[in-house]
Every structure is written in structure tokens, then in C-alpha cells.
Design a protein around this ligand. Structure first.
Ligand code: ADE
Length: 265
């Protein structure tokens, strides 16, 4: 069973259109949708926003639905200047950018706690299984540049102002925190603190921490929806509904097929 978490309800609604044999289960203010997507048993759920909400959602998927893998899809703000709206980022490392208890002066066997370090784990970054990252990159590549690539929006659609070119695929560092970043100064601060930062969002590293605790594989896929500056909120919802949801669904479909072939799931 695969757990699929969407960071926006529109993404889950899009995947739901293809869900076969749907049954729903409400738990903790969330609606879990159980069924088959492209022949694979899945549970779909909207994460709700922020690290706590995402951690709770992931924990329920593990404890109540006994999922074997969590796939997280959503949108993110670009943190690296090479990224454009519509690019797809696959996290290979995740960090919680608003986690910092270094000022407490706590010393462990490994020395003083560092900024971003998760106590008792002794790490700042959660690493994603490289094989899964590669599968995610492959699926995104086939979706964006394969036989039936997504259409480029017509000139009169809002999305055409945002999508400057056909999306590219990147893997790298994604940072999560309980803030929608829409300010260049804040973004610069994060870029200075986290070298090689690619994208920022609000849930991925929390899901990673939960999966790390349960030793469960996970993958975080994000479509870039904005540049984390003062224009970040412009056309955000229209982009999510008309572009990002299609991207999440498209990449996911390829990925589920590949996982099925690999695992015989
Ligand atoms: N998700 C999408 N864009 C974001 C941003 N600018 N900050 C945080 N999360 C986001």
C-alpha cells in the first residue's frame, strides 16, 4: 500500500478522479481516500499545511494504514535562481529551516547542538533513498519530455505568464518551515544559511522526520509555483489547479507504474 500526500486539496482531487473502488475514512479532521490508482493500492490524503499537520498525516498513514512508502506531491517556492516556475524538484535531502535550538547550549556526545540539528538524531538533513530519487527524476522526465508532454498554456491563460519554458527537472536540497516565504530578504537569509538550497515549502522535512523514525521510504516531489518573492501569491491558486495538479498526477502515474514493475506491487 502506498500513501500519497498532497500539499494542496486540488492535487488530491485530481488524483481522486482516477481512483478506482474508492472508500473513504475520516480520521483527525482528514479524509483518507483508499482505492487503486493505475492498479496500485493507495491511500490519498491532503496533508493540511505546515510541519505539524504533515507529520500527523504521515503518522496516521503509517500507523493506521500500514503504508510501505509515502509519496508527497506539492508545490514549492524556488530558492535557487536557476529554477523557473513549472520546474519539478525531487528532494534528495530535506532540512527544517526554522528549527534551531543551538542557543540552548546543549552538549551531546557529538558536541554542541548545531543550528538546524534535530536533537537525538544528530543530523540536520534527512536523506532520501537515492534509488527513489532517481525513479522520481525518471518519472518527471518522461512526464515533462516524453511522448505526451503536458500542453503549454495558451497565451490568454494566466498560467502562460508564469510558465516561461517547458519544465526542467532538478534534485537537491529542499527546506521546510512553517512560513510561506514571499520576501527576498528572508529568502536570501535562508540561501546563506543553507548552501545549495533548491526550493522551500512547508511540509517535506516533517514527513521525512516521521518516515526516518519509522524507517519507511519516502519521496518528496514539488512543482515550482513561485519565486518566494513579493509576486509569490500572484495567480498561485490558478497555477495549482491548472498546472501543478496535472503535474503531480502525471509524474505520479509514471512513478506508480515504475514501482509496480520494480516491486511487483
Ligand atoms: N509553497 C509554495 N510556494 C511557497 C513559498 N513561497 N513558501 C513556502 N511554501 C511554499
Amino acid at each position: 500500500m502506498i500513501g500519497i500526500i498532497g500539499s494542496m486539496p486540488q492535487e488530491i482531487e485530481r488524483i481522486r478522479q482516477e481512483l478506482e473502488g474508492e472508500r473513504t475514512e475520516p480520521i483527525a479532521g482528514r479524509e483518507f481516500l483508499i482505492g487503486r490508482v493505475a492498479g496500485t493500492e493507495c491511500v490519498l490524503v491532503f496533508s493540511h499545511w505546515g510541519k505539524v499537520a504533515a507529520a500527523l498525516t504521515a503518522t496516521i498513514l503509517i500507523e493506521r494504514f500500514h503504508v510501505d512508502l509515502i509519496l508527497f506531491t506539492g508545490v514549492a517556492g524556488a530558492a535557487h535562481p536557476m529554477l523557473e516556475i513549472g520546474d519539478v524538484v525531487i528532494a534528495d535531502k530535506l532540512i527544517q529551516h526554522d528549527f534551531d535550538i543551538s542557543a540552548a547550549g546543549i552538549v551531546s556526545d557529538a558536541g554542541e547542538l548545531q543550528k538546524f540539528e534535530i536533537p537525538f538524531l544528530g543530523i540536520r538533513y534527512f536523506s532520501v533513498n537515492p534509488e527513489l530519487v532517481e525513479m522520481g527524476r525518471n518519472a518527471a522526465e518522461r512526464f515533462l519530455h516524453g511522448e505526451n508532454p503536458p500542453p503549454i498554456p495558451a497565451r490568454d491563460q494566466v498560467e502562460s505568464k508564469l510558465l516561461k519554458r517547458r519544465g526542467r527537472i532538478y534534485s537537491g536540497i529542499v527546506a521546510s518551515g512553517d512560513q510561506f516565504i514571499a520576501h527576498p530578504a528572508k529568502l536570501e537569509e535562508l540561501r546563506a544559511a543553507i548552501p545549495e538550497l533548491l526550493a522551500i515549502e512547508m511540509e517535506g522535512a516533517a514527513v521525512a522526520q516521521v518516515c526516518h523514525a519509522y524507517q519507511l521510504p519516502y519521496l518528496v516531489l514539488r512543482t515550482i509555483s513561485d519565486k518566494a518573492d513579493h509576486t509569490a501569491a500572484v495567480d498561485f491558486l490558478s497555477f495549482v489547479k491548472n498546472v501543478a495538479s496535472e503535474y503531480s498526477y502525471g509524474v505520479l502515474l509514471h512513478l506508480l507504474k515504475d514501482l509496480k514493475t520494480k516491486e511487483g506491487m
